[in-house]
Design a protein around this ligand. Structure first.
Ligand code: THU
Length: 152
């Protein structure tokens, strides 16, 4: 049996690893995301900025796009997210838990709706032991989703 704290530690560690590869030269804010699937596998993503600023991709969205490319959108169980301002070597720093932005919440909702399950989201800082656990339904109540378009 895998406990909730095992899942949390695994996802936060994987998200921290992924954040080392953040391409965030404009904001200098590195984010990592790790997605746990029903079979126990973990898919990661990191933020991917570009010179147009506004077209940047968030870590959670990158990770979930990879999950989708693997045909696994229905299999998302939990997500870990970490982030922080980068130091001079590009390493994210800080202990304040970072949560998914509004757009990412909508993208996570797509996975939740396809899998017909609420998704646990563990948020942590780039360093330290501070963390928060939220359910997607708490972060995005009254969500717009496939049901509004007549799709179940
Ligand atoms: N960012 C994410 O990757 N995920 C979020 O949920 C919040 C913001 C990224 C986007 C941008 O590269 C940087 O953090 C600063 O906004």
């Amino acid at each position: 049996m895998t406990s909730d704290s095992d899942v949390r530690d695994r996802l936060i560690a994987a998200a921290r690893d992924a954040a080392h590869n953040a391409h965030a030269p404009y904001s200098r804010f590195g984010v990592g995301a790790a997605v746990l699937l029903t079979d126990g596998s973990v898919v990661t993503g990191t933020n991917f900025e570009n010179a147009s600023y506004g077209l940047s991709l968030c870590a959670e969205t990158v990770a979930l796009a990879t999950v989708n490319a693997q045909g696994r959108l229905r299999d998302v169980v939990a997500i870990g997210v970490i982030g922080g301002m980068m130091d001079g070597d590009g390493k994210p720093t800080g202990t304040k838990p970072v949560g998914p932005c509004g757009r990412c919440r909508q993208v996570i909702n797509e996975a939740a709706q396809m899998g017909k399950r609420d998704i646990a989201i563990w948020c942590a800082g780039a360093e330290g032991d501070l963390h928060e656990r939220h359910l997607l339904s708490e972060l995005l109540p009254h969500a717009f989703g496939p049901g509004d378009l007549g799709i179940d």
